[in-house]
Design a protein around this ligand. Structure first.
Ligand SMILES: Nc1ncnc2c1ncn2[C@@H]1O[C@H](COP(=O)(O)OP(=O)(O)OP(=O)(O)O)[C@@H](O)[C@H]1O
Ligand SMILES: Cc1cn([C@H]2C[C@H](O)[C@@H](COP(=O)(O)O)O2)c(=O)[nH]c1=O
Length: 242
């Protein structure tokens, strides 16, 4: 049942269950939550928290990621992230690969889960395309929007938690993780500072344009503080949907 109290605190930032279903064309009973942000801001760390929180409340939860989420989409991810090779990946080819992986992921995992009433929590989705291929690579938003409409057919996240922090500090965290794993940087992680700054600004511009769906969390604080803020904002939304 919708909470239609006009004074409820989450009202300005959210919509009730009925409004949510109407907006997404009643494409599924479950809720679709995404985590977004630049490299190393803590998306994977906090995705686990969100998933646990929802499971504790009794929901079936599908945790997934983009690009990827199915074996074929993961193969496309490897193509996108592989830094090797003489031949640079053309930005249009990169954009199309991202959406090809998304189409597969939507068809095989996200839509079936939402249709059976499961909740989907996804590490990155189309906001990342606007941020990386739009902000970072300079592809016009209108061209991205055409592919979004074609592939998603109106399905968009119900809530997006955008983890935001200054790029330099996030790079330090990433450095720590890479050193710990003895890992190599992938094709995106090898980009320059101006690219990551453009990605961050594109994310923030999207949050400003769509404050109802996107919630910005200050990811630069210590983990306990970030997680308390994240759960508080998530609970606000869950209450509005109940
Ligand atoms: N609030 C925090 N304070 C300090 N360290 C953090 C915080 N959140 C995450 N970390 C650490 O920062 C590193 C990057 O975190 P994580 O892998 O979750 O980021 P990510 O956004 O998923 O990265 P990527 O963009 O590569 O997927 C990890 O070593 C993690 O333990
Ligand atoms: C969904 C999506 C992702 N990307 C980029 C962003 C990241 O650099 C990688 C994914 O790796 P991570 O482990 O999540 O950091 O892919 C992109 O450019 N466009 C997209 O739509």
């Amino acid at each position: 049942m919708c909470n239609n109290d006009p004074d409820r605190p989450a009202r300005d930032a959210g919509e009730c269950h009925r409004e949510r279903l109407e907006r997404n064309g009643n494409q599924g009973k479950g809720c679709f939550i995404t985590l977004e942000g630049g490299e190393g801001v803590g998306k994977s760390t906090n995705l686990a928290l969100v998933v646990d929180h929802l499971r504790t409340r009794g929901h079936e939860v599908v945790a997934t990621r983009e690009p990827g989420g199915t074996p074929r989409a993961e193969a496309m991810r490897r193509l996108l992230l592989d830094p090797a090779g003489e031949e640079p990946l053309d930005p249009d080819a990169e954009l199309l690969l991202v959406f090809a992986a998304r189409a597969q992921h939507l068809a095989r995992v996200i839509r079936p889960a939402l249709e059976r009433g499961a909740w989907v929590v996804c590490d990155r989705f189309t906001d990342a395309t606007y941020a990386y291929q739009g902000g970072g690579r300079g592809i016009e938003a209108a061209r991205i929007a055409e592919l979004e409409a074609f592939v998603q057919r109106g399905l968009t996240p119900d809530l997006t938690l955008l983890l935001d922090m200054p790029m330099a500090a996030a790079q330090q965290r990433l450095e720590g993780r890479l050193t710990g794993q003895g890992g190599e940087r992938d094709r995106f992680e090898r980009e320059h500072g101006a690219f990551f700054e453009a990605v961050r600004q594109a994310y923030l511009a999207r949050a400003e344009a769509g404050p109802g769906r996107m919630v910005v969390i200050d990811a630069g604080a210590g983990l306990a503080e970030v997680q308390a803020e994240l759960l508080a904002r998530l609970d606000e939304r869950l209450e509005a949907w109940s």
